[in-house]
Ligand binder design. Structure first.
Ligand SMILES: [Zn+2]
Length: 264
C-alpha cells in the first residue's frame, strides 16, 4: 500500500491543515450519445416504426410510447429526455430539466448530468456537441437554413456561457442526406455556399448539390473545434433511417446526448 504523500497541491478547503484533507479530484465525466433508427417502435406506416417526431402527422399516442421507450432504453427514464419544437431557426435553449414547456428552438444546451437532449431529423444534420471537461452538452438541428444561418455558432456561444471551450469540444455530425443525393437549384447552392463555405457539392448525376456536413466541418474548424466525427450514413440511401426527401410524410429519428459521472 502506498503511503499518503505528506506534500502535494494545496487544498482548496478551509481545513487545509488537516493532512487527511487533500483536494478531491473531480470524478471523470463520460459523454453518451445515442442515434435511433426506424426499428423498434410502435408507429404504423408511413411512420414505421420508431418515429420520434410529434409534428409529422403520426398518432400522438404512438409517438409518446416511442419517446417513453427511448427514455427507458437509455436508462434515464422518459422524464430525463428534453425535446424541442424545431423551426429551422438558430435559437438555443439552455435547459436544466426535461419537465415543463417544450422550448421552441433548434439547439439545446445543458450542464446538468444525466439530462438527455434530443434532436429529431430526417435528412437535416443532427449535431451532438460536448465539452467533457466542463460537463456541458448540446444537441442541434442543422438543416439547410439553420446551418447557413449559424445555428452552430450560437450553440457554441451558449456552451461557452456554461464554461465550455472550443478546444475541448467534441462533435458528432449524425446521419443526413449526403452531397451526392441532395440536389438543389444552382442559385440555392451558391447562396448556401456563400453563407457556409465548403457546403457546395455536385450530385451523383452531375447537378448542383449541397453537402451540409462538409460545410459544418469547415465552420467548426473556423470556430476552433477540430475534434469532429461524422456518421457518414446517408438518410436518403439508408432505408433504416427516415428521409423526408425519399418519402412524405415520414417520421423522424433522434440523436440524443447527455453526460454522466463515470463510475469508479
Ligand atoms: Zn446520399
Amino acid at each position: 500500500m502506498a503511503a499518503r504523500p505528506v506534500s502535494g497541491p494545496a487544498s482548496r478547503s478551509a481545513g487545509a491543515d488537516d493532512p487527511r484533507d487533500g483536494p478531491t479530484p473531480a470524478p471523470p465525466l463520460r459523454v453518451r450519445r445515442v442515434l435511433t433508427t426506424r426499428a423498434g417502435g410502435r408507429s404504423a406506416s408511413p411512420y414505421d416504426s420508431f418515429n420520434l417526431g410529434d409534428h409529422v402527422g403520426d398518432d400522438p399516442a404512438a409517438v409518446a410510447a416511442n419517446r417513453r421507450r427511448l427514455g427507458d432504453g437509455i436508462g434515464l427514464g422518459p422524464d430525463r429526455v428534453a425535446w424541442m419544437h424545431q423551426v429551422h431557426g438558430t435559437d438555443v435553449a439552455v435547459v436544466s430539466s426535461a419537465g415543463g414547456e417544450t422550448p421552441t428552438a433548434d439547439a439545446m444546451v445543458t450542464d446538468q448530468p444525466r439530462l438527455a437532449l434530443a434532436v429529431v431529423v430526417a435528412d437535416c444534420v443532427p449535431v451532438l456537441l460536448a465539452d467533457p471537461t466542463a460537463g456541458v452538452v448540446a444537441a442541434a438541428h442543422a438543416g439547410r437554413r439553420g446551418a447557413a444561418d449559424g445555428v452552430l455558432d450560437r450553440t457554441l456561444a451558449a456552451m461557452a456561457e456554461l464554461g465550455a471551450e472550443p478546444g475541448h469540444v467534441e462533435v458528432l455530425l449524425g446521419p443526413a442526406v449526403c452531397g451526392e443525393c441532395y440536389e438543389v437549384p444552382a442559385a440555392m447552392r451558391d447562396e448556401v455556399e456563400a453563407a457556409l463555405p465548403g457546403s457546395a457539392a455536385t450530385t451523383r448525376v452531375g447537378t448542383p448539390g449541397l453537402d451540409l456536413r462538409a460545410g459544418l466541418r469547415q465552420r467548426l474548424a473556423e470556430l476552433g473545434v477540430t475534434r469532429v466525427d461524422t456518421d457518414a450514413r446517408c438518410t436518403f440511401e439508408d432505408d433504416q433511417l427516415f428521409s423526408h426527401r425519399r418519402a412524405q410524410p415520414t417520421g423522424r429519428f433522434a440523436a440524443v446526448t447527455w453526460w454522466e459521472y463515470a463510475r469508479p
